[in-house]
Design a protein around this ligand. Structure first.
Ligand code: CTP
Length: 415
């Protein structure tokens, strides 16, 4: 993973007080090696694990440890304003909690709240703490606000325990930092607006029941996250807003009708629309206004078709706009023919064919196996993380956009 975007970037490196603070020493050195201007900021408890002198020696500037030590009367705002990126590694449960709650109790939390730069938080803590609902809710809150969170890895923890909670590797942190900096300025999708849909829609039967499907939204969210990291301005219309990724505008919806409205009112200004959502094809003709009682016997539910959003997008597609659809099938054989049919019928430029019955692929897991179908051919992507699948899809999208922007033989763009 390239780290060249770190060159010349001002990075505030926040270190909070966990045993993994010693790993931030190496991280500081690697950031400086990559060309970043590193300003270390240590919390009081970080100083119990590591020394400010080490960071002063390795960083580009002396380490800051307090709101009040400086000649600069307002270091909290000046650091935040100067930063191209604020990176916190390790982030303890307490740091994550303070940041999510907006509590500024020291220089690091004040800088986080005062900055407009992208923020990357790299948590490290014991498994029980990481999995605690309070921590997970705080992480979800930060993500919803556009903070990038690099999840901890599994491995050996302090005290010899094994489990999830170990600080991500320096390589992963550097790569994520570099991608975030790319998203702020460069990247192959810079200047492009990408609209992504995700999750399964819910069609109300009555106030408590609905017709739904098993889509988790994970593949769509991964697509939005990757597009943002590649520099695009991303809007994510999703039925699963709680797990929305960093740096994207989130539009929460529930039903197919709400999704249609949200997408069709925004699609005009998007260069790319990715319909990864599992949109219900049918909905109850009339949702009941009060709860259906068991004593009334089994209800007969009359269904009517929903708007086919992708078809509508295809019908109104403007020159140069790129449409990506999904085809979910339960069987390898039908997959290709169904994806090709959707490509033509709905005027999509790319259809991601998904055999949801295959081992490890489909709705709820973290992995997927897909076939990318375009007018010129099909490429199979074997089982990989949904993030890697998203990266392959977005690479193809970026290549297509670049192709269509290239001048034709007569000097004019293909439009
Ligand atoms: N889609 C949509 N609006 C709908 C239904 C589907 O935009 N009301 C989009 C999905 O987001 C997906 C693609 O269309 O990108 C899936 O097409 P669809 O025809 O719904 O596929 P399936 O239901 O999987 O296929 P089938 O025709 O086999 O029912």
């Amino acid at each position: 993973m390239p780290t060249d975007r770190l060159e010349g970037a001002t990075v505030v490196l926040g270190v909070s007080g966990g045993i993994a603070a010693y790993k931030a020493v190496e991280l500081c050195r690697r950031l400086v090696d990559a060309g970043a201007e590193v300003v270390p900021v240590l919390t009081a408890s970080a100083l119990r694990f590591v020394g400010a002198a080490t960071f002063s020696a390795l960083g580009s500037e002396r380490a800051r440890t307090s709101l009040f030590e400086d000649e600069d009367p307002i270091p909290h705002t000046s650091l935040g304003q100067r930063a191209d990126l604020v990176l916190v590694a390790p982030a303890t449960a307490r740091l994550v909690g303070s940041y999510a709650a907006g509590i500024s109790s020291d220089l690091l939390t004040t800088t986080l709240i005062a900055t407009r730069a992208p923020v990357l938080v790299c948590p490290a803590m014991h498994t029980e703490m990481w999995q605690h609902p309070a921590v997970q809710e705080n992480i979800a809150t930060l993500r919803r606000r556009g903070v990038a969170v690099l999840e901890p890895e599994s491995g050996r923890l302090a005290g010899g325990d094994l489990g999830e909670g170990r600080l991500a590797s320096p390589e992963a942190i550097l790569a994520a930092a570099s991608e975030l900096l790319g998203g702020a300025g460069g990247g192959p999708l810079a200047g492009k607006r990408v609209l992504v849909t995700a999750g399964g829609t819910r069609e109300a039967i009555d106030p408590v029941r609905y017709i739904g499907n098993r889509s988790s939204g994970k593949q769509g969210h991964a697509l939005a996250e990757v597009a943002a990291r590649l520099g695009a301005e991303v809007t994510l219309v999703t039925t699963a807003p709680a797990t929305a990724p960093a740096g994207v505008e989130v539009v929460p919806v529930t039903s197919a009708a709400e999704m249609a409205e949200a997408v069709l009112s925004r699609s005009d200004s998007a260069e790319v629309v990715v319909m990864a959502a599992a949109v219900a094809d049918f909905r109850p003709k009339a949702a009941l206004s009060s709860k259906w009682k068991k004593a009334d016997g089994p209800p007969e539910i009359l269904l009517e078709p929903t708007t086919d959003i992708l078809r509508e997008l295809g019908r109104t597609k403007r020159p140069g706009q790129l449409l990506v659809g999904f085809a979910a099938e339960t069987g390898r054989e039908e997959l290709l023919s169904s994806a090709r049919r959707k490509l033509e019928d709905k005027r999509a430029d790319l259809v991601v064919g998904n055999d949801v019955s295959a081992e490890g692929a489909g709705f709820e897991g973290d992995t997927n196996a897909v076939t990318l179908v375009t007018a010129t051919g099909a490429t199979e992507l074997p089982l990989a993380s949904k993030h890697d699948i998203a990266a392959a899809v977005m690479d193809l999208v970026a290549a297509r956009l670049e192709e269509s922007a290239r001048p034709g033989p007569d000097g004019a763009g293909p439009g």
